[in-house]
Structures are given as structure tokens and as C-alpha cells.
Design a binder for this molecule. Structure first.
Ligand code: TNX
Length: 571
């Protein structure tokens, strides 16, 4: 079928998309004979699983019933498979009772996300070796039904019925770690908005939810033993002075945070909490005098700057800093069942030794809680890194190196090299590709442009494996074997209109967080997700753009406020 479709174009494409609007593009797709599977009142969801994984498979079934039931109004009961039955959507784990997948294990094995999907006139069969694979396959199945299935209220069936075409798909991700970061510190995202972000990310098969929980402009997670962190440190947002928020609370209680972790878990995403330091800590320093050298809390900060004063990590004050980290990281480790703690480490103008003091203490405490450390690439300046550390590269990538930043960007690469020498692996989030707080173009009403502007094509058309190769191809700092994965990021700096020039200001001039997030993420988040999921050889921008135009009608149905980016003909 692929040959048939490409026969009428000049170039023979090797891309396995076969005209179906699937994003990210699967490893192998064939369109089969037949009318396809019609979802109707007789359809059921059949679960085939070893006992030990039954709750997880049941969870996938419930998610599927909700995805397919909302717009169709169909009940889609869950039950055991029935021999010879038609109308079943079968979710089947192929491994036996001995195969135990653990939802809190590291995201280092792409095979747990692999699946096979067959749709014919009689039934749908989705098989996988582990529950995340079933969940990823469910996302593919959703995209096979008509776009109206994404509507949030009951719709009449489209002319051809709720039909998925007959296909056979096998699929497995390129990278095991596929993250999405949300900056809830510069702007606070209420629980419902975080869930919306989780929906966006999980639809495109991302599996890590990185929450940037603390920064100069706010502290967003409750630490029972240090109530001042939230009582004081949560009262600001960037551009938003305390007392103008109409009594809203800008942090997550333990119950709310647990709700986020549970919701992410339902979508087979692991939460990666970030407690940034020693820089980006003014909210903590305003809350606790123990973090400053003179013992006096700093004033509350709601400005837009970075590179602000860091915690006092001098030899003399490290007792205080260590006590702070012990209390905070114990609480955060306890609220996050996943294997990771992100310790930040970016933009920390430090007197000699302070940065290393802080990193040493934070690394030791985090690993003491059994967590794998993640840090921004500056974390490579630590004297030592614990085994398994992941370093997140956020400098500019290959296309802009040498164009902006000069010396500073070379320093980035020194930190990366040091981290690699200490055994770290990399999460790739080059700012000129994956920073979706960057404007699309000159017409984007908010966001930044310090790295560059990022069109849809630029968000899509890059290869993580060669981002840390010099433009002339001569020097390879790191290749794919050093890369754990890819992350897409939504910072919340300047999530207010460009027309707003004087800060501070009241709430009425701010863009609602969902409006900002939807606009910046769509259409670009699916682009980064495909970079993370699909093999390089299977990716091709014109083909992606055509598939994405098909997918865009789903965003409209789902009520997502996406940006009709100017470089694409969306009609
Ligand atoms: C750089 S990325 C930062 C953030 C800003 C972002 C805005 C990183 C580790 N530091 O503090 O929010 O730029 O694009």
C-alpha cells in the first residue's frame, strides 16, 4: 500500500505513514483489506492478562473506554475475552505471570512501550509485553477513529460510522525517556491545568512529566516541616505581585500533589519533580533566613530576570543548607514514587566552591532516598556525580552553535563533557528546538525569543543524535548511545501579552495558563514527541506536516486553543 500511495509522487518515500494521520509515526504500518472496525453499541473491551498485571491492564481498559465513550456515548463494558466473539477491542499482555513491570522503575527500556495493533472488520487486537505498551497503542487506536471522537460531548456518528480502518501496526519508541516539562513556578498551574498538560503529553506517547516546582518567583510544593516555604514563597508569580491574586492559593497541597501523581500514573507517565538550586531560589530565600549569608530573608521577587543571587552555600553556611535540603528532599522524595529527583543547577552565579558544596550535598541526600539524580547540564560542574545521573542539555543545538552565545555556549559544552566523563547520560532539550516558550514568529503574542524563534518545521526537523556534533561533523561530544531521551519544555516566563510592559500588574492582564499552554504547545509538542518516539529514518517533514494537518481537526474537536502556525497550510 505504501508503494501504491507513493507511486503517484515523484519521490519514493520510505516513511511508513501510508496516508493515515498518525503522530508520532509508527515503526511499521500496513493498510489491510476490509471495511474496518465499526464501534457501536455491541462493542466491548476484552482484557487478557496475567493476574499480576490485571489492575494495570484494567486501568488501560478504563482509559480506552473513556477516550472512545465520551463523544460516541457508548458504554464499552470491560470484561474477559470471549472465544469467537466479534466486536471486541482486545487488550492483551503477551508475557506470562513472571513478567513484572514496575511503574516506578527507570525509564530506560523502550521495549516496555512497544505494542502491536491489528484492526479488522471483526475486532481490534492490541498486544504488548507490558502495560505502558498497551497504553501507547491505545493512543494510536484513538487516532484511527474519526476526529469527532475527540469531542468532549456526545456527537452523532459521522457518515461512515465510528470506523477505524483495517491496519496492522508494529511500533516501538526510539528513546526510552520522553519528557514534557511544565514551569509551574513562574506561573502557577492549578491541578486541572496540570491534568490538561498531562493529557496533551500522554496523547503523543510522552512518559515523563517534569514539574519545575520552585524558582525565584514561586515555591509550589508543600513541605510539612517548613510551612514558610509555601506561606511566603508561593505568594508571587512572575509579573504578579503578592496580594493581587484575589485570594488564590499558588501551591499544591500534599493531597493535590498526590492527585497529580495519580493522574499522571493513569496515563503511564512518571513524575519528575524539580527542586532547583542553588540558583533560581529567591522564593526559598524570601521564606527562610537560613539560606542567606546574613540570616535575613530576601525580599519577595516577581520580576522576570534570571541569574539572581543564589543560596548562601559557603562552607560556613552549608550546615543550614544541608538541613534545608534534607527536609525538602525527604518530603519531595516521599511525595513522588518515581525514581527521579531533578536537582536543577542552572544559572547559578556562584562564588568559588559554593556550587560544588551545594551539588555534593544535594546529590548525597537524593541518592540516600534511592533516587536517580537529574540536573541541568551545568550540574556537570559538580565535583562528582552519582551513578546513573542524567544531565539535561538545554544549550542551543547544532544549528545555532557559534551563531549566538559564543563563549558562554562553549562553557555549556565543557559542563556536558565533564558530566559525560563522570558517567552521566543525557536528556536532550536544546533550547532552539524544544523550548516551546520561544515564539513561533514575529506575530506570536507572548513568549520569549532569547534562543531563537521556533517554527513548526524547526521544532521537528532535527536529530538528537547529532545535536552535540560540531557543525563540520569533525568533533562528536556525544552520540545517540549517550542519550537517554528527549524532553519538550514549556517555561512560563512572559506568559502575558507583549503589550504588557510595566510590571508588576494585576491578574486581569494575564493570559489564562491553558490559553498560553495550548497556543505554545500546539502544533509544536507533537513535533517534539515524534522526534522522541520515531526513528530518524522514518521521519520526513513534509509527510509529518501532512499528517499533522489531519491531526489538527482532533485538537479543534477537543477544544484545544491551538496556533494555526503561519508556515503551514491548515486547510
Ligand atoms: C532559561 S532552561 C532557563 C529558565 C527560563 C528559560 C526561558 C533553564 C535551565 N533556565 O530559567 O525559564 O530560559 O526560556
Amino acid at each position: 500500500t505504501a508503494a501504491l500511495l507513493t507511486a503517484c509522487t515523484d519521490e519514493v518515500s520510505t516513511v511508513p505513514s501510508t496516508g493515515l494521520g498518525l503522530v508520532p509515526v509508527p515503526t511499521d504500518v500496513s493498510v489491510d483489506e476490509g471495511e474496518g472496525f465499526v464501534l457501536d453499541a455491541d462493542s466491548t473491551i476484552a482484557l487478557v492478562t496475567p493476574e499480576i498485571m490485571a489492575p494495570e491492564v484494567h486501568q488501560v481498559g478504563e482509559e480506552l473506554a473513556e477516550y472512545l465513550g465520551t463523544a460516541t456515548g457508548l458504554e464499552l463494558p470491560l470484561g474477559p475475552a470471549v472465544e469467537g466473539a466479534t466486536g471486541e477491542i482486545r487488550l492483551e499482555l503477551t508475557t506470562g505471570a513472571e513478567a513484572v513491570w514496575d511503574r516506578n522503575s527507570p525509564l530506560d527500556d523502550p521495549a516496555v512501550d512497544a505494542y502491536q495493533l491489528t484492526v479488522d472488520d471483526e475486532q481490534v487486537v492490541l498486544t504488548a509485553a507490558a502495560p505502558p505498551g498497551l497504553f501507547r497503542g491505545v493512543q494510536t487506536l484513538r487516532q484511527l477513529f474519526p476526529p469527532e471522537i475527540e469531542a468532549r460531548s456526545v456527537q452523532d456518528a459521522p457518515a461512515g460510522g465510528w470506523t477505524a480502518p483495517a491496519v496492522t501496526i508494529t511500533d516501538e519508541p526510539r528513546f526510552a525517556y520522553r519528557g514534557a516539562m511544565l514551569d509551574v513556578a513562574r506561573r502557577f498551574y492549578p491541578v486541572e491545568s496540570v491534568k490538561r498538560f498531562i493529557d496533551h503529553a500522554s496523547t503523543y506517547k510522552l512518559n515523563a512529566l517534569h514539574l519545575h516546582l520552585t524558582d525565584d518567583q514561586g515555591w509550589r510544593i508543600a513541605v510539612d516541616a517548613l510551612p514558610g516555604l509555601t506561606e511566603t514563597g508561593s505568594t508571587t508569580q512572575e509579573g504578579w505581585e503578592p496580594g493581587t491574586g484575589g485570594g488564590e492559593r499558588w501551591y499544591y497541597t500534599a493531597e493535590e500533589y498526590a492527585e497529580i501523581v495519580a493522574y499522571a500514573g493513569e496515563k503511564f507517565m512518571t513524575v519528575v519533580p524539580e527542586i532547583d538550586g542553588p540558583g533560581h531560589t529567591l522564593a526559598a530565600q524570601a521564606s527562610l533566613g537560613s539560606l542567606t549569608c546574613d540570616g535575613v530573608p530576601t525580599p519577595l521577587y516577581w520580576g522576570p530576570e534570571v541569574n539572581n543571587p543564589i543560596v548562601c552555600a559557603s562552607d560556613e553556611n552549608m550546615g543550614n543548607v544541608r538541613a534545608f535540603l534534607q527536609t525538602v528532599l525527604a518530603s519531595v522524595a516521599g511525595q513522588n514514587p518515581g525514581p527521579y529527583l531533578h536537582l536543577g543547577g542552572d544559572e547559578a552565579p556562584s562564588p568559588p566552591g559554593w556550587y560544588q558544596n551545594y551539588a555534593e550535598a544535594a546529590n548525597e541526600i537524593a541518592t540516600g532516598h534511592g533516587k536517580t539524580v537529574i540536573g541541568w547540564h551545568q550540574w556537570g560542574a559538580a565535583d562528582d556525580l552519582p551513578p546513573g545521573t542524567l544531565i539535561q542539555y538545554w544549550g542551543v543545538g547544532e544549528r545555532l552553535r557559534g551563531v549566538i552565545g559564543g563563549e558562554a555556549k562553549n562553557a555549556d559544552l565543557v559542563d556536558v563533557q565533564d558530566a559525560l566523563d563522570m558517567g552521566a547520560r543525557l536528556i536532550m532539550s536544546p533550547a532552539d528546538r524544544t523550548y516551546l516558550d520561544m515564539k513561533y514568529d514575529g506575530d506570536t503574542p507572548y513568549g520569549l525569543e532569547w534562543a531563537t524563534r521556533i517554527t513548526l518545521e524547526e521544532a521537528y526537523d532535527w536529530d538528537p543524535a547529532t545535536e552535540l556534533t560540531s557543525p563540520d561533523g569533525e568533533s562528536v561530544l556525544a552520540d545517540e548511545s549517550a542519550m537517554a531521551g528527549v524532553e519538550v519544555l514549556l517555561w512560563s516566563d512572559r506568559s502575558y501579552p507583549d503589550s504588557l510592559v510595566s510590571l508588576p500588574s494585576g491578574p486581569e492582564v494575564f493570559v489564562p495558563v491553558d490559553t498560553y499552554a495550548d497556543f505554545m504547545l500546539f502544533p509544536r509538542l507533537p513535533a517534539t514527541a515524534e522526534v522522541a518516539w520515531s526513528e530518524q529514518a522514518d521521519r520526513d517533514y513534509p509527510d509529518f506536516r501532512d499528517r499533522l494537518v489531519q491531526v489538527s481537526s482532533r485538537w479543534t474537536e477537543a477544544g484545544i486553543g491551538w496556533n494555526e502556525a503561519a508556515d503551514v497550510d491548515w486547510t
